[in-house]
Design a protein around this ligand. Structure first.
Ligand code: FES
Ligand code: FES
Length: 140
């Protein structure tokens, strides 16, 4: 049945990692906010960056999205730690759903939320450090 969530998805939905609790206490270096036009959900992603290596050292997120959005962004938040900004920017929703062991077909779009918010956060970091925005075609 392709609408059933697998155990990895359920685990990340029930115990989401790196959820933002205290926005003021995190002290982010980049901040990304996005909405999913398909259902109006919002996603906020905050990142901390090691400026020497341009590597993401930590991140926090929160969303009004559904179970799939929560599970996708939870696993994304684990994957991005330690990645360079370029590597993080080039992650795709497909990479994330693969890590989750798949999502029901009609829920794939939910995994785009975290991915977009992450890219917005990376771009916010670039802007804060006086560099031009990076652009990528959406690979949903
Ligand atoms: Fe999108 Fe409920 S239908 S969050
Ligand atoms: Fe809106 Fe999944 S994030 S339906």
């Amino acid at each position: 049945m392709d609408w059933v969530y697998n155990d990895t998805v359920k685990d990340h939905f029930m115990n989401p990692r790196n959820v933002l609790m205290d926005e003021d206490g995190f002290g982010e270096d980049g901040r990304g906010l996005t909405g999913n036009v398909k259902c109006g959900d919002q996603m906020l992603m905050l990142i901390k960056v090691d400026p020497d290596e341009e590597r993401i050292t930590d991140c926090r997120w929160k969303t009004y999205g559904c179970a799939s959005a929560i599970a996708s962004t939870s696993i994304l938040s684990e994957v991005v730690k330690g990645l360079t900004l370029d590597e993080a920017f080039n992650l795709t929703p497909k990479d994330i759903t693969a890590r989750l062991g798949g999502l029901p077909e009609h829920k794939i779009h939910c995994s785009v939320l975290g991915d977009k918010a992450l890219r917005a956060a990376v771009n916010d970091y670039y802007q804060r450090t006086g560099r031009p925005e990076k652009v990528r075609e959406d690979k949903a």
